[in-house]
Design a protein around this ligand. Structure first.
Ligand code: PNS
Length: 187
């Protein structure tokens, strides 16, 4: 039987609750949903591709029909390579529409048989973007409730490498080193 495969392409730097909301919605309407992280050598991301893959794999492990992959080059070519017939994109506010329309129509021109499907995340996430999450976290603000706990922890790790070490190894020596380093920073 023909499988209805969709890709959900993006940067996901970092994944937010808005992305996860869309993944859940997408997983309900497609047979298979591939979360496709763009490997963009020009950008200097906060999280490297390996870190983003690991986070998204952990965050989507409960969906039997969702998998995570990376790609470079054109989205339409990647979609064709894996036999996807749709591209899933989220539209939050009217301000997203123009860019998304341009992209959808360009993709249609490049590959007419690939359909772009827009879905709206829950309205509580309508102002949420990875860029704002990065900015708020980097300036010391709270992103609780806007990103999954795993992402929140990893953001904290990015801001304080000693804390990250503690999260991943959690030996008493490292934990105490991280605590000391945090105390020093606060002082
Ligand atoms: O999460 P983002 O940054 O809004 O995602 C943008 C993305 C990755 C979907 C877009 O930049 C993209 O498709 N890039 C791949 C290159 C490509 O196909 N460009 C032509 C798009 S019309």
């Amino acid at each position: 039987m023909h499988k209805n495969i969709a890709i959900y392409p993006g940067s996901f730097d970092p994944p937010t609750n808005g992305h996860l909301d869309l993944i859940e919605r997408g997983s309900k309407i497609f047979d298979e949903l591939v979360v496709a992280i763009l490997r963009n050598p020009e950008k200097s991301p906060l999280f490297n591709v390996t870190e983003r893959v690991a986070m998204l794999e952990a965050l989507t492990s409960q969906y039997g029909n969702v998998r995570v992959d990376t790609f470079d080059g054109l989205t339409v070519d990647y979609a064709a390579r894996i036999g996807a017939s749709s591209v899933l994109r989220g539209i939050r506010a009217l301000s997203d529409y123009e860019y998304e329309l341009q992209m959808a129509l360009m993709n249609r021109r490049l590959r007419p048989e690939l359909e772009t499907v827009f879905m709206m995340p829950a309205d509580k996430y309508s102002y949420l973007s990875s860029r704002l999450v990065r900015e708020v976290a980097q300036l010391g603000g709270s992103v609780k409730g806007l990103v999954p706990e795993l992402v929140e922890q990893n953001l904290r790790g990015k801001m304080d490498p000693a804390f990250k070490l503690a999260e991943f190894t959690a030996t008493p020596e490292v934990t105490s080193a991280a605590r000391k380093s945090r105390t020093r920073k606060k002082a």
